[in-house]
Design a protein around this ligand. Structure first.
Ligand code: SF4
Ligand code: SF4
Ligand code: SF4
Ligand code: FES
Length: 939
């Protein structure tokens, strides 16, 4: 059924305490002051014809279709731009209005096919709907006069086409690009009859600034802008609301389906993380789900050098279970383990950790969050009592100062970036701290007040210096710090932070950021009044990742920027379910809800529910699993949805560890790099093929709903249950909702969560319990979860990874908008149009010293290994720093990253590697497992 409630009220909602009552067609309506007449009428179920208006865009008043009459006034104003007034009497229907509207429509249709069946949208466009609504049956002017019908179609974008012959110049696309997306890629080019909507100045879409978010396509009321899949496959017959499978923004989508094919993904207007907006990945890059590379049959082999043999599910599961039992009998309980992934649903990840703890009998379970946001968990839990972001996304709309550190939202979290850009355009001030000049530093209508271009690895020095400025210049919120935080720790921290080694001048030496800029940024942040910090892996993936998270928390506590909308500490989580995979207990030391395995009360609750005795000792973390595999004590691993051979640091070490194990079971949708070391391959289901939930970066649990049947016949949660049963620990659920019920029974922060409530509310931010039955948008209001906030001493300790004459440059890494992590999904979509290989960004000065030009092949070497890639000369970086992404296995950037890691959590130090870059005549080959294993160059 397509009948999902997405009624368009014509103009956006206005918020006001003052209410206005008016009369529309004799009906009394009461609305907030500032509301348009069009919206007031729509709220009373009176539809006024419209073309240029939409409730996701500010009113524009160009089409003249929405005319109304107002008692006591001359003329026929546009209802979309007319604001309600008390006692106003509005008439939306009259002979005069009907005639005027028909005349307007006739002019539009004279340059457009009147027959709805000629419409590429199959007559389902608003233009044809409006022609019908105003009673236009024929057009007096034919196409013999001046028209636009000979204009050329712009097919340059891989996902949608623009047919200017169908354009009515309503500007909805332009306003969507400006207001919703904040890219300003579109314009009206030319004058009068020659006016045309155009990307840039006479450009094709693909050459313009367009980032393919799809907002213009969504906004277009005609068939001028259309998704190519819709043109190819026809319109949808049913729709299912689900959640994007890519990043931690967790956008809600309407998956539109025809037969057993998805025809398009439309951002859900009622989706709370995205409010109807999307990025190129979620909106268009879903074709990987049916890519020919998807594995549809389980496979087994005795040795990793043998060819794969396709077998039945039963045979694969039995073989996997018998091998796990054999290894357990031979090497003991501690020899087995599992790895969950942030791509899995909460329910799937929960089952994997349950299999490990209750079935294997140890706590050797870990997750890929180990390599990204584990310092977030540690830092926020230590200081505030809960290891999660403090706000909802919409909180940023109440921020006066936004500090973005070690994150690149326009590339990594694009839909949230659009909300943030909107607030910045409204006047919020911006501080960016990053080694690389990210797009936010300067873009249309957004410019950072301070761009603190620090050296990689020096976040803690910068944050400490900002805190010192605040304390020494009397900018601290003493009332907040003294009332809400532990007094002893606060005093100790004040004594520490005022030390000369934490001064802006000392920080300038370490970070390279001028002391005056640090002072300016600190003053701006302190004066807010509402200041918020947003951060990403540029903070966490360091040897001092946890220290930096604590330093940010100190900064927020000393200025009182916690516990209300507009403030807070907000991790921008990379993958769709990083938050959830942590929440449900994927770490070796914690059960769900972040409770230590050594806590006897918590353990006994799980023991009662699961009917087994549980190990009180924390299990192995991922890097310890690899070390134990090389020692011979860890011999069996079940990996669901995670490509550790590609995504973990020092790929050669990982490859050797995997090669050393006797049974490796990979459960994934593609034969990934890790599968090259596997003995059993269990085909997974994509996000379109299963039921479950994801939890996004704002702690929001959203439903993932099955849109299509699983390609390989089983949903992932069913596979884990089958494996567990065959291993000897029965798990019997008939639906993932039962898994969520169990999780809710065992976990106080989820106590009030159920599928029924998720269906009813759309999504829920945890904690959700008796105290907060509908969830919690902003945390730590009035009191921190741990009671008093805890200031921590954050001594800056430079990383051991230093430049040397042999490795004189620092490599740091990041991601691009169109690709996603190791590229397994996005490389199998048309997103490769924009980014077909990883590039090495290098400053022209460093390039010139080495005789390197733009686009040259170079060899990038570190102490761990070397890779080949092409250059992009850019001044986005400071001299001495180079940058690359890690989306392609051909470059396998993790070959060069080292084993340094965060002191508290082992999160790898991906963001700082000493390297050399030299010209080369060599060219990369497609990397194979052997290639990674033996790529010892540079060691
Ligand atoms: S796809 Fe998005 S970025 Fe591109 S023109 Fe349309 S609204 Fe703008
Ligand atoms: S392309 Fe569509 S949205 Fe844009 S101006 Fe033309 S009709 Fe309006
Ligand atoms: S911002 Fe993230 S969640 Fe939203 S559509 Fe893009 S990839 Fe999906
Ligand atoms: S809808 Fe009001 S002028 Fe177009």
């Amino acid at each position: 059924m397509l009948a999902i409630d997405d009624k368009d009220f014509g103009t956006p909602e206005r918020k006001s305490d003052k209410l206005v009552t008016l009369e529309v067609d004799g009906c009394s309506v009461t609305v907030p002051e500032g509301t348009s007449v069009m919206r007031a009428a729509a709220l009373a179920d009176i539809a006024i014809p419209k073309l240029c208006a939409s409730d996701s865009l500010e009113p524009f008043g160009s089409c003249r279709l929405c005319l109304i009459e107002i008692e006591g006034r001359n003329g026929v104003p546009a209802s979309c731009t007319t604001v309600v007034e008390p006692a106003m009497k509005v008439r939306t229907q009259s002979e005069r209005l009907a005639k005027l509207r028909r005349n307007v429509m006739e002019l539009y249709m004279s340059d457009h096919p009147l027959d709805p069946f000629e419409c590429k949208a199959g007559g389902k466009c608003e233009l044809h709907e409006m022609a019908h609504a105003v009673g236009l049956e024929h057009v007096r002017y034919n196409h013999g006069g001046r028209h636009h019908l000979a204009l050329e179609i712009d097919d340059s974008n891989p996902y949608f086409s623009f047919d200017p012959t169908r354009c009515i110049l309503c500007s909805r696309c332009i306003r969507a690009c400006d207001e919703r997306q904040g890219t300003f890629a579109l314009t009206i080019d030319g004058r009068g009859f020659d006016s045309l909507m155009s990307p840039g100045q006479h450009q094709h879409y693909i050459e313009s600034e367009c980032v393919s978010c799809g907002a213009c396509v969504q906004a277009c009321p005609t068939d001028a802008l259309m998704e190519k899949t819709l043109l190819e496959k026809g319109s949808a017959q049913r729709a299912v609301i689900t959640t994007c499978g890519y990043c931690g923004v967790g956008c809600s989508f309407k998956a539109e389906v025809r037969g057993d094919e998805v025809v398009r993904m439309v951002p859900n207007k009622n989706g709370l993380p995205n409010h109807g907006h999307s990025c190129v990945k979620g909106r268009f890059a879903w074709g990987y789900a049916t890519h020919q590379d998807r594995v549809r049959k389980p496979m087994i082999r005795k040795r990793i050098t043998d060819p794969w043999q396709e077998v039945s599910w039963e045979e694969a599961i039995n073989y996997a279970a018998s091998e796990l039992k054999r290894v357990q009998a031979k090497y003991g309980n501690g020899s087995l383990g599992g790895i969950t992934s942030s791509r899995c649903t909460n329910e799937e990840a929960y089952l994997v950790q349950k299999l490990v703890r209750a079935g294997f009998g140890n706590n050797n379970v870990d997750t890929c969050a180990r390599v990204c946001h584990s310092p977030t968990g540690y830092g926020l839990k230590t200081a505030l009592g809960t290891p999660a972001g403090t706000q909802d996304f919409d909180s940023v709309l109440a921020s006066d100062v936004i500090m973005v550190i070690g994150a690149n939202p326009t590339e990594g979290h694009p839909v949230f970036a659009s909300i943030m850009k909107r607030r910045l355009r409204e006047g919020a001030r911006l501080i960016v701290a990053d080694p690389r000049r990210i797009e936010l530093v300067r873009m249309p209508h957004v410019e950072a007040d301070y761009f603190l271009q620090l050296k990689p690895g020096t976040n803690v020095a910068l944050l400490n210096a900002m805190s010192q400025v605040i304390v020494t210049e009397g900018l601290a919120n003493e009332t907040f710090a003294r009332e809400r935080c532990e007094p002893r720790e606060y005093k100790m921290w004040r004594d520490f932070i005022v030390q000369p080694r934490n001064s802006p001048e000392a920080a300038e030496q370490m970070t390279g950021v001028p002391a005056e800029a640090i002072r300016g940024a600190a003053r701006l942040y302190a004066k807010g009044p509402n200041s918020a910090i947003y951060y990403g892996l540029g903070v966490t993936e360091h040897s001092q990742g946890s220290t930096a998270v604590l330093a940010m928390t100190n900064l927020a506590m000393v200025t009182g920027n916690l516990g209300r909308p507009g403030v807070g500490i907000n991790p921008l989580r990379g993958q769709n379910n990083v938050q959830g995979s942590n929440d449900i207990g994927s770490f070796p030391h914690e059960f769900s809800g972040y409770r230590h395995v050594s806590d006897p009360q918590v353990r006994s609750a799980f023991e009662r529910e699961w009917g087994v005795t549980l190990d009180a000792e924390p299990g192995l973390r991922i890097p310890n699993m690899f070390d134990a595999a090389l020692d011979g004590s860890f011999q069996g691993l079940y990996i669901e949805g995670e490509d550790i051979a590609q995504s973990d640091p020092n790929s050669q070490h990982v490859a050797k560890a995997l090669e050393a194990m006797e049974i490796v079971i990979v459960h994934d949708i593609f034969l990934n790099e890790t599968a090259k070391y596997a003995h059993v391959f269990l085909p997974g289901s994509s996000f379109l093929e299963k039921n479950g939930t994801f939890t996004n970066a704002e702690r929001r649990i959203s439903m993932v709903r099955k849109v299509l049947p699983p390609l390989a016949g089983m949903e992932d949660w069913e596979v884990t249950c089958a494996l567990s049963r065959a291993f000897g620990f029965p798990m019997n659920y008939s639906h993932p909702s039962e898994i969520m019920d169990e999780l809710a029974r065992l976990t106080p922060i989820f106590a009030g969560v159920s599928y029924e409530k998720l269906d009813r509310l759309g999504s829920i931010q945890w904690p959700c319990n008796d105290a907060a039955p509908e969830g919690t948008a902003v945390m730590h209001v009035g009191e921190f979860v741990r009671g008093k906030g805890r200031f921590m001493l954050t001594e800056y300790i430079p990383t051991d990874e230093r430049t040397t004459p042999r490795y004189p440059l620092i490599l740091t890494t990041g991601r691009v908008l169109t690709q996603y992590n190791v590229g397994t999904q996005t490389r199998r979509t048309k997103n490769v149009t924009w980014y077909a290989e990883d590039r090495l960004e290098i400053h022209p000065h460093d390039a010139e010293q080495r005789g390197i030009r733009d686009n040259d092949w170079v060899e990038l070497s570190s102490r761990a290994g070397s890779i080949l890639l092409r250059t992009e000369l850019t001044e986005r970086l400071q001299p001495g720093v180079v940058y690359t992404t890690f989306h392609y296995p051909e470059t396998t950037a993790n070959v060069v990253t080292t084993e340094n890691s965060d002191w508290a959590t082992n999160c790898p130090e991906y963001k700082v590697t000493a390297v050399q870059v030299l010209p080369t005549s060599r060219r990369p080959e497609r990397r194979t497992a052997e290639h990674i294993l033996h790529a010892a160059a540079g060691r």
